[in-house]
Design a binder for this molecule. Structure first.
Ligand SMILES: [Zn+2]
Length: 463
């Protein structure tokens, strides 16, 4: 009774009887081709920027350079969001068929792997944001009938429902929890989101003693299948190799990658169906099932240091390869009073979403902010322009781009890792309602926020 998210997945071929039961997410079903995205207008006529850009603060800041194995031009500008799957009093993940104690639970294994991966990335200078660093849930886990007295429930996805138990729709808390994790990754503008899970192959009470690795991504994002599929395949290949070296005395399966809209990797819903996130991933995101606890030997391996190190090494190697070949990417930070955006946002009080877009400083009307743009790709920037769009919203931030206008300023052609600062004078189009700015860069055809580099979002009001 400890777990409550176990959607039944039915693999299509061979192994047809097996169920990959870990599924972190009540993901939406993929029904037909995606609807077109809301349009991003990049008019060829004279631009009419809704934000005025003041003269730049200065020239190019050289890339610091390093001996980092991961994006050596400027590893600190890379942000990796790590999501150790499950967590909190209610969600233990898949049950361990041999030892269903906390120490051998999926949520404990994924947290240990996630923390070690964090440390390894930080040692290489990379910025890491964790969706959890302890056995906690962001959306609450307050359910005394099961002995859970954690934080109170939050309605993160705004569907008017919270919690768990009788009278509450299935997966309500899972959706709120995963929405909070997506919000965090989106607001720190992570380059990638990696959700770590461990599988258990069971069906109808039958445990299939199989060890396997498989990874999931979505192909319904604005940037198509490219970056996320590449990330999924690189991590999959590396984890298979690494876990294979650690596995002793048993065979493992490489079950490959699959495009599947699991909630934690899905883009913002275009249909509004309750099983789809209202604010989906704004960056390439993957869910990797690094191993299986339904094979006793692998269950033991993953609960120990050697197995966890193998999982960490696999994910890490995949990330190194991913960032070694990412031609066009940008990071946009706001230098705000009290600390720049980009680090973990504070948790908002109340029962709604915990994470919100930062406030634009300044009085009503014109608001000024300094923005740092960094080339986080592997090629020198072509001619790029800043682009800004506004939308009135009561949500913490925007899940999809508003209509964007290029701003009339030429950005320097930054080399990989280089930065520049700009002063922006933002003019919210409406002072009566809360406005959210979506700030990105564009090559005149596509905004980088449509290529997997999340936009900077700033708001005129908070929760
Ligand atoms: Zn899981």
């Amino acid at each position: 009774m400890r777990r409550w998210t176990a959607p039944t997945r039915v693999p299509a071929v061979l192994l047809a009887m097996l169920v990959a039961g870990c599924g972190a997410a009540p993901g939406p079903s993929s029904a037909g081709p995606p609807a077109p995205l809301s349009s991003v207008s990049l008019p060829s006529r004279a631009p009419t920027p809704s934000g005025t850009i003041l003269p730049g603060l200065g020239g190019v800041t050289p890339a610091p350079g390093s001996s980092s194995a991961l994006y050596s031009p400027n590893p600190g500008a890379i942000v990796v969001a790590i999501d150790p799957g499950h967590g909190g009093c209610l969600d233990w993940g898949v049950p361990n068929p041999y030892d269903n104690t906390l120490a051998k639970s999926e949520k404990a294994d994924t947290l240990a792997i996630g923390l070690d991966l964090r440390d390894r990335l930080r040692a290489q200078g990379v910025t890491v944001v964790m969706t959890r660093t302890a056995d906690v849930a962001l959306a609450g886990a307050d359910y005394p009938p099961l002995g859970c007295h954690d934080a109170p429930w939050r309605d993160v996805n705004g569907d008017g429902q919270v919690g768990f138990g009788p009278g509450v729709a299935a997966n309500t808390n899972a959706r709120d929890e995963l929405s909070a994790r997506l919000d965090l990754a989106n607001l720190v503008r992570a380059d990638v989101l990696v959700s770590i899970h461990i599988n258990s192959m069971t069906q109808n009470g039958v445990v299939y003693k199989i060890a396997a690795t498989e990874s999931f991504y979505t192909d319904e994002t604005p940037w198509g299948t490219g970056p996320a599929a590449r990330l999924a395949q690189l991590v999959q290949t590396s984890v298979v190799a690494s876990m294979g070296r650690a596995a002793s005395g048993y065979r493992r399966q490489d079950r490959g990658i699959e495009a599947k809209n699991l909630y934690i990797v899905a883009p913002t819903s275009r249909t509004g169906r309750p099983g789809e996130p209202r604010r989906g991933a704004l960056m390439p995101s993957i869910l990797t099932e690094v191993g299986s606890m339904s094979l006793p030997a692998e269950s033991e391996l993953l609960a120990g240091r050697q197995g966890r190190e193998a999982a960490v090494a696999g994910i890490y190697d995949g990330l190194v390869r991913y960032f070694a070949d990412r031609p066009l990417a940008a990071r946009i930070d706001a230098l705000l009073p009290g600390g720049e955006a980009g680090i973990q946002p504070p948790v908002a009080p109340g029962s709604g979403p915990p994470f919100w877009a930062p406030l634009i400083p300044g009085a009503r009307g014109d608001r000024r902010v300094t923005v740092r743009l960094t080339n986080t790709g592997t090629q020198r920037w072509p001619t790029l322009q800043l682009a800004i769009g506004w939308s009135a919203s009561a949500q913490p931030y925007l899940g999809m781009p508003p209509s964007l206008s290029p701003a009339d300023v030429s950005l320097p052609s930054l080399a990989p890792g280089e930065s520049t600062l700009l002063d922006l004078l933002l003019k919210p189009p409406n002072a009566q309602s809360r406005q959210v700015a979506w700030i990105t860069v564009t090559d005149g055809t596509r905004a980088l926020s449509q290529l997997g580099s999340p936009p900077l979002q700033l708001a005129t009001g908070g929760p």
